[in-house]
Design a protein around this ligand. Sequence first.
Ligand code: GN1
Ligand code: MG
Length: 367
Amino acid sequence: MKSERRFSLDKILAAYFPDASFNSAIPFGSGHINDTFLITNLAGEKYLLQRINHQVFQDVAGLMNNMERVTRHLQQKLAGQTGSRFTTIQVIPNAEGKLFHQDESSNYWRVITFIPNSVTYDLVTSEDQAYQAGYAFGYFQQLLSDVPGDTLAETIPQFHDMKSRFAKFDAAREIDSVDRVKSAEADIEFALSQRKEMIAWHELVTQPDFPRRVTHNDTKFNNVLLDRESQQAICVIDLDTVMPGVIGYDFGDAIRTIANTAEEDEAELTKISVNLDYYRAFAQGFLSESGQQLTTLEKQSLHYAPNYMTFIMGLRMLTDYLQGDIYYKISDTNHNLRRAAAQFKLVAELEKSADQTQQILTEIFQS
Ligand code: GN1
Ligand code: MG
């Protein structure tokens, strides 16, 4: 949800670094929810300052406690692994020792470390990148496998719950507050045609005997930092939604951006298809790290996970379009509709590649 930009960065920085002067603060990254600035002080030290969207993350204290707990855990685990190139971001408390800072206009802020010599990409351009991303998210998941999930707050309740997402979609269609239903008929029809199957997968993975794990829940390719020179994965970022989940959420959401031949909001739908080489490379990297711990049921659930996660993103984007763009940042009035159409096209493409992707997963599990 978008809010007015009313704040003074100087005052906020003073609450964090009372003794330092900063000579630049530049907008950074391509997130759709929070606002991020790269700040540099006179000594050349860099940090990331982020305004947390507290309409999306309503429990900011719970969110920041999660982040502190998760990053501390990662730090401890990584300190015990000699020679690991992997690192983690850290939360920098404000001058009073608080994990976040609230300004006079009720904006919430946090500062985190900046990882130097790293790059992110929105699109994968080589098998090695896909493998690196798989390795990173799989390793991340494994490092967090001994954080008790019930100690983490649910930062967005029912985040990947298809029933709840459909209920919001149905309400948005019904209310049609900005008179956009007519312009989205084809996508609405597609969404409705998928309802049964999508809800069935969610029911499968939320059965009482299905393992709950600490998952990242937002595993886009651009949430992996690669070392600028070696191009190897060194860090997983955007920890806002690290909370209890199922393995398929992370596998599926990553495939959505990693095996997609086009951008998330591609207007030219013919450009969107599944790159099977990237699919395989990502799956190999991911399962090399997280595969051993999976139960048979979890392994079986992975195949449909990309369809599910791609579809749920499209459904959320379409709902936002119907509600008048109240959630995601947009660049034009049709942006959310274009995003939804692109996601739905990818669902259809995943469907077409189902035999090949099943074969890939079977081979990896047998090897
Ligand atoms: C949002 O802010 P960003 O870009 O990291 C969204 C994800 C979506 C993504 C789509 C909290 O993530 O769920 O997959 O946009 N995050 C939230 O690009 O809603
Ligand atoms: Mg995010």
